[in-house]
Design a binder for this molecule. Structure first.
Ligand code: BGC
Length: 797
């Protein structure tokens, strides 16, 4: 297949194609200046005037960031921040959480330092600030950009009230391997969904106007490809081809930059042998030259100093490499502060390099209005008001994914729960833990605000609710360590005297409790404190401790079981899928966990979440994702047994497990059913040049009727997938290219349309140009990545 190149054009077409060629360039190199505010005339003039007055030490001071609050990594500096602030030698402080503490340092910087440059306070606001919402992976399961915006907005307002105008969010790393604990902070495995979420985060935080008093600047992290860590082990190297890097891993960052992101955070990992925090290809070539990014890049915690461990030079060398590659601010490592100035003085680093980094940082400070309004008014103490709770509950309700709801003989479907269930047994270590409901990276969230499933269920059921914890999240001494774990991972003294929990005894008690009930709800998963988030990779994906044993023991009672999974990563649920009739994936739902779960379990709210990441049958399938590249020996037939002949053997398969996900990307059931019409395409054929010209507009439109054929109202996430059947570079077997949430009353149908243009149909060719070629696209529309309703689009030369 030919792609559109200049030599393939006839003179006659040239006029017609002038616009197309412009679009081609525009499409492959997104518009420069994605955030005009950062480079406005006014901001530029103020930045340049200030820069001219700065000494080298003051400039280098702007490149330094320290944690004056708690530590979120190893080796905190603990310097004298009062003194540094007063001397103008600190550009930013992180992890200070109150108007009082930020004002303290701001007064020193603004009133005592020679040039009165305000400090930029930064903070991990990841899924809400004081009000803890569900974790980002759960939020992505809503497939609802409006929901993300709500969470970002409330986080921004609460962060601003605490003196924080800069948040280390969104995390847009593609995560295709749930062994990596940080999948919890991501939007999962897919670049299209991830990009939609990334845009929504940026919009919600920045509101397209950094100068608004309730806007915060984002820091999109972790640039780049941090989620591609080999073997899912945190901080590990990333090694991937440039096409995958760009087409999959970089897409959500690009979307965030195009949406106006003010800052990015450079990651810990290396990419194809070059550490990401000293990588001119990603930090300068792609980010600045191709994407036109004008904000600044902060390193991740100590990532500049850790370059030494990547063996690319001594202190002076690695700091120079990081700065010259495009890292502007050094988080916590303090290497810029100690070795850059001397190298400028000796001529090793041109001062213009330092100037450029300072310029980028000052731009963000000016755009945020910090020079004009450096302080934060001290307001009333935070409270989880009914309005905040209502927002947290509504969001959580959208994030639950009903994985399975098979009818039970003599009972029917277990969910939604009805009055027939007179006695309900609630069992499991996650049924009544406030801390665990918040999830990893609930940095300023206070567990005291969290309402557990037990609390909410007992409000609903009174003495019809029976309860047994069943076991801990971990077994033996580990269970005690876990009970005393703090956010920073330190165990609090006193664990020595705690009796070691006896799983067998507590499981036996739980079995007795289940026997007394009509139905058992098991709340199982993993610990947010130790097993999820940063530095929480796992080599296995099952329930931790004795939870699997507990599950099997309760199922063995013969009582119908509903499993509620509370975890920040896709767990291995194969046994449960075979033996438990109803499974609800509930992630880490935030402060309104209990009420939101109860409303969904009882059918006040119909579940509508869809998986943002595939759930495996076995950990050995990882990394497992639906958008796989084709193989010359595709697997077919029944893979549930050993091959019986060479035809069954010599294909891309496992000997001991099926290839497919247990529950695939996009999967999620409802209490109602939806049907799909045969999709239609507005034009079955489109000339290639029209697609180049389409830019953000559709060249063709796919239409489908979606109908609620069940008995209750429900919301379906309608998904569109494509496959490019004949490209110069092989393309995934399926790729998500559109989705829409549609709410339908019983019997109601709606017509849904999806645009297809350059954005949806293009890919990177071998020359690393985003392009479209003559080909046929297969197109499917449906309620998951298994969608079968099909049409096609032919792209002609
Ligand atoms: C994490 C970042 C976080 C930073 C600041 C690092 O350890 O990787 O995601 O923003 O700490 O707390």
């Amino acid at each position: 297949m030919k792609s559109l190149t200049l030599c393939s054009l006839r003179p006659l077409s040239l006029l017609l194609l002038a616009a197309s060629l412009f679009s081609l360039t525009a499409a492959s190199q997104p518009a420069p200046r994605p955030n005009p505010q950062l480079v406005s005339k006014d901001v530029n003039a103020r930045v340049e005037a200030l820069l001219r007055q700065m000494t080298l030490d003051e400039k280098v001071g702007q490149l330094a960031q320290f944690s004056a609050g708690f530590a979120t990594g190893p080796g905190a500096n603990n310097l004298r921040y009062d003194e540094l602030a007063a001397k103008g030698q600190v550009g930013s402080l992180l992890s200070l959480v109150s108007a009082e503490s930020t004002n303290h340092y701001q007064h020193l910087a603004v009133e005592k330092s020679r040039l009165h440059i305000p400090i930029l306070f930064g903070m991990d606001v990841i899924h809400g600030h004081r009000t803890t919402f569900p974790v980002p992976l759960a939020l992505a399961a809503s497939w609802d950009p409006a929901t993300i915006e709500t969470v970002a907005r409330m986080g921004a307002v609460e962060a601003r009230a605490d003196g924080i105008p800069w948040v280390f969010s969104p995390m847009v790393d593609i995560a295709r391997d749930p062994r990596w604990g940080r999948i919890i902070e991501s939007a999962g495995e897919d670049p299209y969904l991830g990009s939609a979420m990334a845009r929504a985060w940026v919009k919600g935080y920045q509101q397209d106007d950094l100068s608004k008093p309730d806007s915060v600047a984002v820091s999109v992290k972790h640039f780049a490809a941090y989620g591609g860590a080999i073997a899912g082990r945190d901080y590990n190297a990333v090694d991937m081809g440039e096409i995958t890097l760009r087409q999959v891993y970089l897409e959500p960052y690009r979307a965030a930059v195009e949406a106006g992101a003010a800052t990015l955070m450079s990651s810990f990992n290396s990419i194809n042998g070059i550490p990401a925090s000293a990588n001119p290809f990603t930090l300068t070539q792609i980010l600045r030259k191709e994407w036109g990014f004008d904000g600044f890049v902060v390193s991740d915690w100590g990532a500049v100093a850790e370059l030494r461990n990547h063996s690319i030079g001594d202190d002076a060398t690695v700091a120079r490499k990081a700065l010259e590659a495009g890292v502007d601010m050094d988080m916590e490592g303090n290497l810029f502060g100690t070795v850059i100035a001397a190298q400028v003085r000796s001529g090793k680093i041109p001062e213009a390099v330092v100037d450029e980094a300072v310029r980028r940082i000052l731009r963000v400070k000016f755009a945020l209005g910090l020079f004009d309004h450096p302080y934060t008014a001290e307001g009333p103490a935070y409270d989880a008001t009914p309005e905040r709770r209502a927002a947290a509950r509504k969001v959580a309700e959208e994030t639950f994914v009903l994985l399975k709801n098979d009818p039970v003989e003599g009972v029917g479907a277990l969910l939604p729960l009805t009055a027939k269930a007179k006695k309900v047994a609630l069992i499991g270590p996650l049924a009544d833990s406030q801390t665990e409901m918040l999830g990893a990276w609930a940095v300023t969230g206070d567990p005291k605000y969290a309402v557990t499933l037990k609390t909410a269920l007992s409000e609903r059921l009174g003495d019809r609710l029976l309860y047994a914890q069943g076991c801990d999240l971990l077994s033996g001494e580990d269970a005690n360590v876990l009970k005393q774990a703090s956010f920073t991972g330190q165990a609090v003294a006193g664990s020595k005297d705690m009796p070691i929990p006896d799983d067998q005894k507590t499981i036996a008690e739980a079995v007795e409790t289940a026997k007394k009930a009509d139905v058992a709800i098991l709340a199982l998963g993993e610990s947010a404190s130790w097993m999820e988030g940063e530095a929480a990779s796992r080599a296995t994906l099952g329930f931790t401790g004795a939870q699997q044993q507990l599950l099997e023991a309760v199922v063995a009672t013969g009582k119908p079981v509903i499993l509620v999974v509370l975890a920040g990563r896709p767990l291995e649920l194969k046994w449960a899928a075979q033996h438990v009739p109803a499974i609800l994936e509930a992630w880490s739902p935030g402060i309104e966990a209990g009420p939101a779960l109860v409303r969904v379990l009882f059918g006040d709210v119909n579940p509508s979440g869809k998986l943002p990441a595939s759930l495996p049958r076995a950990v050995g399938q990882e990394p497992l994702y639906y958008a796989q590249l084709p193989t010359g020996r595709p697997a077919h037939g029944d893979l549930g047994h050993l091959p019986r002949d060479p035809g069954e053997r010599f294909m891309s398969r496992y000997m001991d497990e099926e290839n497919s996900a247990l529950y695939p990307f996009g999967w999620g059931l409802s209490y109602t059913r939806f049907s799909y019409s045969q999709p239609t395409i507005s034009r079955p054929e489109v000339p290639m040049r029209e697609i180049f010209a389409s830019g953000h507009h559709p060249a063709a439109t796919v239409g489908v009727e979606v109908k609620n054929t069940g008995g209750v109202a429900g919301t379906e996430v309608v998904q569109l997938y494509i496959r490019n059947t004949s490209a110069s570079v092989e393309q995934p077997v399926r790729e998500l290219k559109g989705f829409a949430r549609v709410t339908l009353a019983p019997g109601e149908s709606k017509h849904v349309e999806f645009p297809l243009g350059f954005d949806e149909l293009s890919f990177y060719n071998a020359e690393i140009h985003r392009t479209v070629e003559a080909t046929t696209y297969k197109i499917w529309v449906g309620g998951s990545s298994l969608a079968t309703a099909e049409t096609s689009l032919q792209v002609t030369e």
